[in-house]
Design a protein around this ligand. Structure first.
Ligand code: FE2
Length: 180
């Protein structure tokens, strides 16, 4: 289940209802999928063939179609990141820069862990959403954020898009953001 850490205060929020209530207030969509739908041979696999990626999309097809129907996503894929990913450190350095998009950024975690760092309302400031298998998040369009891995440095996530071409990161240079 996802957990929140508010960067300014160190406060942590856990428990599905509390996390959902907090994220609702910040206009961040949070849902939980049944992670056990992932075929067991893929539970701990972070280098995937195209066939295995398709297997993941098939396993969560009902959830994907449902979400796409509600929110207008038209295309989806699977991304896998780990220490086995070529240039992983360069990729992470690129990821870990606050930016925005003109459409929302949706991730459903199939395996592993990851963090979204998101700029909340003025009184909240930046907060981390620590995600694990089954967690689904959508960072709204134009909200400053970035994504990175946790200590395990491995994740498999389903991404959904309205327009893949329109999904470009615009850097957001924010003096309020403190690396922590
Ligand atoms: Fe992003």
């Amino acid at each position: 289940m996802a957990e929140i850490r508010i960067r300014n205060t160190g406060e942590r929020i856990s428990g599905e209802e509390n996390v959902k209530a907090f994220l609702d207030k910040q206009a961040v969509l949070y849902e939980h999928w049944d992670a056990t739908k992932l075929p067991s041979h893929l539970h701990n696999k972070f280098v995937l063939t195209d066939e295995e990626k398709n297997e993941i999309l098939t396993a969560f097809n009902t959830e994907i179609i449902n979400l796409a129907g509600r929110r207008g996503y038209r295309t989806w894929d699977v991304i896998a990141l780990s220490d086995a990913t070529p240039n992983i450190d360069e990729l992470l350095a690129k990821f870990e820069q606050v930016h925005t998009h003109s459409e929302d950024e949706v991730r459903a975690i199939a395996a592993g862990q990851g963090i979204f760092v998101i700029k909340g309302s003025e009184e909240v400031g930046y907060f981390d959403v620590e995600l694990e298998a089954g967690d689904l998040i959508s960072v709204p369009e134009r909200i400053p954020h970035f994504f990175t891995l946790m200590d395990s440095r491995q994740i498999v996530a389903i991404r959904l898009f309205i327009e893949t071409e329109g999904w470009i990161a615009t850097p957001y240079d924010d003096p309020d953001f403190v690396v922590a």
